[in-house]
Design a protein around this ligand. Structure first.
Ligand code: NAD
Length: 496
């Protein structure tokens, strides 16, 4: 193992001050507009392995009190004029923007991602509030005549009811605002359960939400080390009508089964295994730039991260060489060190998984052109890695890597690229690079995913419908349709 160079604790004293201070956001559960002190869940700095703060560990009883609070606020919130809901969300957007730098620092501290990535996340996260502030006043309905012409069809959209929102650790701000924004705009009250690894950002944002005017009980937040039984209890309560989950496909399957018992409406944003297809006629430098973003945003810990690079034979060697140079030049370090380009992984378990996948691929003939082994450090680091000659049936090709590892496979024909891209249970995102837009669109249509980047390495945008096909999920977040996930259509057969 190679030791990491540099002092990774350099900015701790200064980083932890002001609004970015973890202690400030570990004050308690947020239920019915009140903070309830508690402890039980340690939050760790992944760059050092040290505990930053402890947040409360909610019980089933606490969760049921959160449902009570959401219920008590529900009737008033759904009657609130859309303009008023809109203005609250808009103020929340402004407050997040005002506190962007501190929120970014807090994300870097508890998640480990590089500050530049954290800044990008805060801007992206805040935009969901601005977008849904605008959408709140544009909730539409539908009017039609029956085909016979004899009757009328009037369709209204009503808030679906109390929603449970569960979010992962990899985008602690954006995965929460992508749910809270449309839910509150639609007129729903919610209970947010952020990931235990990164709860501080959620609590920090909620504090701003209260300042923006979100009424008590409309938004409740709880952290728990017992998410299975706590969520099951909430879903079993007939007052809860919606589950919006972002996380792994495995947990998503468990929650779908749980929600089936009371037929709770589910939106599921699950895992990905994105192919990144580069044709001989691609602009090489644009493809490498795009690959760096698609692979390295968040150190590879993104559901849309390029997991499998399929590169056509004619451009293969140049692509491997160019990507290797860029990956090898990245500076590894604590996320909150401003010079860092790749931060630590979230846990030692994450590093062990990457190590297992890379070791297996190497045992089967893959070659690391840079990186390829874990580092000796108290932090959870794995170096940026490029692997070539990876067998297409290696575990690396089928499991989410969730780390800074680019696995490259060679292909010859368009048909082969589509077949390889589709050889997975996942269907979230895909990337295609070619100067021939007809070819790129044809291949994009052939790949079974909810999203395709054509000559682009980044697709997330609050105005676009984000979500997956196959076992990557159900429903969409963002865009015009995102708000409908929190609304129930009601058809009136009206005679007039
Ligand atoms: P995870 O599934 O382990 O956890 C996600 C959330 O679910 C956390 O809050 C966790 O505490 C909670 N949870 C865990 N078990 C639960 C249970 N039995 N009942 C209720 N809640 C439970 O995922 P993670 O490790 O936090 O995040 C990484 C995963 O999320 C990856 O698979 C990634 O692809 C996926 N992800 C998907 C999207 C998307 O939009 N499709 C976005 C980000 C992350």
């Amino acid at each position: 193992m190679k030791p990491i160079e540099g002092d990774f604790e350099m900015t701790l004293d200064t980083a932890f001050t002001g609004y970015a201070d973890p202690a400030l956001h570990a004050e308690g559960l947020y239920i019915g507009g009140k903070w309830e002190a508690g402890t039980g869940i340690p939050v760790t700095d992944p760059s050092t392995g040290k505990t930053l703060a402890e947040v409360p560990d909610a019980s089933i009883e606490d969760a049921m009190r959160a449902v009570d609070a959401a219920e008590a606020a529900a009737a008033g919130w759904r009657r609130t004029p859309p303009r008023q809901r809109s203005e609250i969300l808009r103020r929340w957007f402004t407050l997040m923007t005002d506190h962007a730098e501190e929120l970014a620092l807090l994300i870097s501290i508890e998640n480990g991602k590089a500050l530049a990535d954290a800044r990008g996340e805060v801007a992206y996260a805040a935009e969901f509030f601005r977008w849904y502030a605008e959408e709140a006043t544009r909730i539409g309905g539908e009017f039609r005549h029956t085909p016979s012409g004899a009757h009328n069809i009037l369709v209204d959209h009503e808030p679906i009811g109390i929603a449970v929102l569960i979010t992962p650790w990899n985008f602690p701000a954006a995965m929460a605002t992508r749910k809270i924004g449309p839910a509150l705009a639609a007129g729903c009250t919610v209970i947010l359960k952020p990931a235990s690894e990164t709860p501080l950002t959620a609590y920090a944002m909620v504090r701003l939400g209260a300042e923006a005017g979100v009424p008590p009980g409309v938004l409740n937040v709880l952290t728990t080390s017992n998410p299975g039984p706590v969520t099951a209890a909430m879903l079993a309560d007939p007052r809860v009508r919606k589950l919006s989950f972002t996380g792994s496909t495995g947990v998503g399957r468990t929650l779908l089964a749980e929600a089936a018992k009371t037929v709770v409406n589910c939106s599921m944003e699950l895992g990905g295994n994105a192919p990144f297809v580069v044709f001989d006629d691609a602009d090489l430098s644009a493809a490498i730039d795009g690959a760096m973003v698609a692979k390295m945003r968040n150190g590879g810990e993104a559901c849309t991260a390029a997991n499998r690079f399929y590169v056509q034979s004619g451009i293969h060697d140049a692509f491997v060489e160019g990507l290797t140079q860029r990956m090898a030049a990245l500076k590894l370090g604590a996320g909150y060190d401003p010079d860092t380009q790749c931060g630590p992984m979230i846990t030692t378990k994450a590093v062990d998984k990457i190590d297992r996948l890379v070791s297996e691929a190497k045992d089967r003939g893959a070659r690391a052109t840079t990186g390829g082994a874990p580092l000796d450090s108290s932090g959870y680091y794995y170096p940026p890695t490029v692997l070539e000659n990876v067998p297409t049936d290696a575990s690396l090709a089928h499991e989410e890597i969730f780390g800074p590892v680019a696995a490259i496979y060679r292909f010859e024909t368009e048909e082969e690229a589509i077949r390889l891209a589709n050889a997975t249970e996942y269907g979230l995102a895909a990337y295609v690079y070619s100067r021939d837009i007809m070819r790129a669109m044809h291949v994009g249509r052939g790949i079974e995913t909810g999203m395709v980047g054509i000559n682009r390495g980044l697709m997330s945008d609050p105005a676009a419908p984000f979500g997956g096909a196959k076992q990557s999920g159900l429903g969409r977040e963002g865009g015009v349709t995102g708000i409908l996930e929190f609304m129930e259509p009601k058809y009136f057969a009206v005679e007039f």
